[in-house]
Design a protein around this ligand. Structure first.
Ligand SMILES: *Cc1c(COP(=O)(O)O)cnc(C)c1O
Length: 230
């Protein structure tokens, strides 16, 4: 069985090839290792292989892991990528470095108010329901500009950009369409005066398509840690 270190190496290679194909410098793309359902030992293994940024979906699970890995806290960055309920906002503001799944001004205001003053601003992305799928969380694209301008003003947060989880698509061209739509939305916000630099898009199955369309953070779980138990 492949080790986490060798899988990580494979993913880094895929990112490097996709950057080369897109004519982008490799430093443009950050690999976020999605460690949901993985043990603290797996995270430690990935960290020993040079991985510093980890993504989690569930607040309680993440907090337990962050605590088990306390000795690595200064050398790791924890990103919340799963849906966030307002009753967990304080814990998230206290323990995470990034939140990718902000989808309302109200939630952003809570995170901002509860970010401890001794910590750097919480880095946030707005989650966009880019395919307008009825079942998905995230903002409708039409609502993004107003929310972005409101969130950008909050003192405890730094709005960095947009995040999406497109429906799986078979071929590369079909995969690129939602990623392209998210990039265009970010570019419109930039033209509108917001200093944004982040497109969080692309997972194990479609990171090449996402990088071709400008992804700056790819969120990869399965390709690093193996298939998750259902
Ligand atoms: C689980 C998850 C990922 C990683 O998905 P893989 O297909 O395992 O790479 C990325 N983003 C979000 C929001 C996730 O929930």
């Amino acid at each position: 069985m492949a080790t986490i270190a060798s899988r990580l190496q494979q993913v880094r290679l895929r990112i490097a090839r996709a950057c080369a194909a897109a004519g982008r410098p490799i430093e443009d793309v950050t690999l976020l290792a999605v460690s949901k359902t993985c043990s603290a030992a797996s995270v430690r293994e990935a960290h020993a292989a040079g991985q510093t940024c980890f993504g989690e979906n569930y607040v309680q699970e993440a907090l337990a892991k962050i605590e088990q890995l306390a000795e690595l806290r200064g050398a790791t960055r924890w990103h919340l990528i799963g849906p966030l309920q307002s009753n967990k906002a304080r814990l998230v503001a206290e323990h995470f470095d990034w939140v990718h799944s902000v989808a309302s001004v109200k939630l952003a205001e809570r995170l901002s108010a509860q970010r401890p003053p001794h910590l750097a601003a919480l880095q946030v992305c707005l989650q966009v329901n880019i395919g307008a799928e009825a079942s998905k969380s995230g903002l409708a694209p039409a609502d993004v500009p107003a929310v972005a301008h409101a969130v950008a003003r909050l003192p405890g947060l730094r709005l960095r950009g947009l995040m999406a989880i497109p429906e799986p698509a078979g071929d590369r061209q079909a995969q690129r369409a939602p990623h392209r739509a998210l990039r265009k939305l970010l570019q419109a916000l930039q033209r509108d005066g917001l200093a944004l630099d982040t497109l969080s898009m692309g997972m194990s199955a479609d990171l090449e398509a996402a990088i071709a369309e400008g992804a700056t953070i790819v969120r990869v779980g399965t390709a690093i840690f193996g298939a998750r138990a259902a």
